[in-house]
Design a protein. Structure first.
Lengths: 202, 202
DNA sequence: GAAAAATTATAACAGTCGTTAGATAGAAAA
DNA sequence: TTTTCTATCTAACGACTGTTATAATTTTTC
């Protein structure tokens, strides 16, 4: 189907990836229940039945996307943190915010699809996704605990609430269009400034 | 249908309100596309066709719920602000956060349904909902401008970003279960402390 | 009580849903 | 070329969708 293709990658993998990509985009815009297999097939220049050569069901296709959504964010953040393992705790938090936000707004829609569709997906799928999330949650819990242990975060700040606040700020950006001129990194820095130094005059 | 009913309220209005309430609850849990009229009817101990006596279409029913969702939050916040019109700008912000969060987590699901379903609703409905949102956005813009004009918010803090951050923190609480023991008001206070004084040691 | 009005149920419509089995085309291997 | 495997299409299945016209029922009015 694609005109140009590296010799070492199978058509199978290319089509599979295309289906995943375009389905993710549809999921972001239309949601889980409103996106039909025929919608997906049309976006891939295919027929609905052909999708079953690559995926055993609609839910299997969706679940793979949403799972990859979390995993992409987690591995991007983890990679950035590993490259600065000896930095100051709060710097690590700031970088994690930047990478999280950048991954959310990059060209692919996997992470956005996860955020947009998570709560409306069938119960058993959501249960499995929740397990996948937990690993990423632990990354953040560790980051904030380290910063508080180092005395950089005030002792009376509840870390769970702080984590809610940070992730909420970042993920909620999907609901707005970011101010033109301010990329994800710039926005993340502004959020960092608000959450850690506060919006008030010091 | 309901066993007990005040003498001065019409059966029509009671049924209509019940349909709205229960549909809102379904929308929160299942989303727009996955909630069928037969689901709704069953939740109301009715048949799907009977819903058309009260609403001219599924979308009309949904739109009324989502619109009321914003309006409830706005009027609750506005009412609280009117009762403290001469308070310090930041106190007004803190109270707005509390009322917003409390309305989001009260027994009715209108505001939650709006937040959960907004992005997956048909395009024309979403356009109209966006107009409704604008009025509430203006309330927040005014609140923050006043606080910055009074010198309570640092001059170099971008107010649009701050608004994103605050609304994002508050609305994202729908995706977690709030820490047991901390009600909406307590959580709002913690968020206020984070956003305005910062999580760092001063 | 009967008559009128308001509210819900019934049953079907055309269309779409996820899914499947089998046919078909294309590329790779022989 | 012939054969074999890969990838997609076709056409249909039963179930479900929003919606409608009409009938039945309940509630209110007299």
């Amino acid at each position: 189907m694609p005109a140009i293709r590296r010799a070492d990658e199978k058509l199978r993998d290319v089509s599979r990836r295309m289906i995943l990509d375009r389905t993710a985009s549809l999921l972001v815009r239309q949601g889980y229940g409103t996106t039909s297999l025929r919608d997906i097939a049309q976006a891939c220049d295919m027929k609905a039945g052909s999708l079953y050569y690559h995926f055993e069901s609609k839910d299997a296709l969706v679940e793979e996307i949403l799972t990859e959504g979390v995993n992409r964010v987690e591995s991007a953040v983890q990679k950035a943190l590993d490259a600065m393992f000896d930095a100051a705790p709060l710097d690590r938090v700031r970088v994690a915010m930047e990478v999280h936000l950048r991954t959310l707004h990059d060209r692919s829609d996997y992470a956005s699809a996860h955020i947009r569709c998570f709560s409306h997906v069938p119960d058993d799928m959501r249960r499995r996704l929740r397990r996948t999330r937990r690993s990423y949650d632990a990354v953040w819990a560790g980051l904030l605990e380290a910063a508080q242990a180092a005395g950089d975060i005030a002792a009376d700040v509840d870390l769970l609430t702080l984590r809610f606040a940070i992730i909420g700020m970042l993920n909620w950006t999907l609901e707005w269009r970011l101010p033109s001129g301010a990329g994800p990194e710039e926005m993340a820095d502004r959020f960092y400034r608000i959450a850690f130094q506060g919006a008030c005059n010091a």
